[in-house]
Design a protein around this ligand. Sequence first.
Ligand code: ZN
Ligand code: ZN
Ligand code: ZN
Length: 452
Amino acid sequence: MLFTDKCLYWLGNNAPEATLFEQVGVVGTVEDLPDIWGGILCINLDVPEEQNQTLTAMFNHPKFWSWSTYVVHSNPYSDCLIDGIFNEQTAFEHWQNTKVKLSKLPELEKIEPLVGWLGINRQRRVRPVKLLDSLSIYRYPIIEVLYPELNSSYRFILAEAKREILENDILIDRIRVCKQCNSGHLNYVEVCPSCKSIDIDVQTSLHCFTCGHVGDQQSFLRKGKLECPKCITQLRHIGVDYDRPLETHICHKCSHLFVEAETISQCLSCEAQTEIAELIVQKIYQLKLGQLGEYVYQHGKMLQAPELSIKGKVDAGYFENILLWLNKVALRHDEEHLLLSMHLPGLEKYSNLYGDNKLFALLDQITNRLNGLFRDTDICCQYKQDLLLVLMPKTKISTMPVLQSKIEKLSQLIEDDLFTLHVSAFKIPDPRINDGIKVWLAETVGNIYAAR
Ligand SMILES: [Zn+2]
Ligand SMILES: [Zn+2]
Ligand SMILES: [Zn+2]
């Protein structure tokens, strides 16, 4: 049988006879599918895991975003990747529409798979799925299959929504995750506000007016009467002889009596104890193609590359002010700080060569590794698209060799031969900064670029 692009491909059991389609091509594995744009496939496998693995394998195929995909049995994971349950009539119509859209797109090879996938079928959404065996609880299968190198599909979603490649569609859930390991598996537990022990109980206490003793109600019971265990006064009338204090909890570790227990979160994945207010709140959205995504879909080019999401990152204006201020402080008090520059030449070339999904995966890796390198007090600024500035207070320029070797090790870990990182360091204070921060930075940045 000659397989064509007018064929419905069928993987799995009970392939139907062709009625609307020219023919039905039954395939045994993903490898048997032809290398064409805009095909249509239906999967009919009984085991959900097998179906999910098959779908994942399909999306590795660079042209597969342009295919229409159906299943016979749905499951929550595959629902995020497919176009619906197979029904020949509707599948045929959708597939025809998709083919018309594809025919209007110039240079299919250059389209970002995610943008293309969302663009050719406007019912498609980037959907989250709740997976309890996963650390983050919610995952975005379509992102994971199209960008397998990513560390976190959530961070990708955030960045792409921020620059409007994607747009929030429906809020699905709001969860809290551990600030240390990003796990969503948290246990909320009441603790003693004084010593943070979990060994606390509710206790009804009495307060003797005669001697001021406060204790468990049980300890006041003597032969069916209430009597203070300390001063042996009989307690007859509440409000006159005694009352019940507001403190209704007791800590068995430090004996503290208190009104309200404190609630903290214990991470079930990394054991970190965190106050509730410090947990990271994640809004889990279903997303659709955003404004920039629409532009990229229509014109096939990127306006800007994604930004690095490094902790403590500030914008350029703020960074300039802080640098100027720190420079003055340093001059007055004879202190020494360090300004580090990291230049990533060839980001644009990289993107042209490998496409934006690879570039994003690379930036994601860089972000991850840099975040481990800097201290909370270091101030980062993505001063130019390919230039990071880091202000490291109270760091002497003499520590530069140590830092340099750390950064070199880090860049070696990044699994890409084309990736290069040039590091330079500048000692703060520099009296010339006071004459004009913008001019000084422009000169410095100019020198960094000129050096390469
Ligand atoms: Zn306690
Ligand atoms: Zn008493
Ligand atoms: Zn954790």
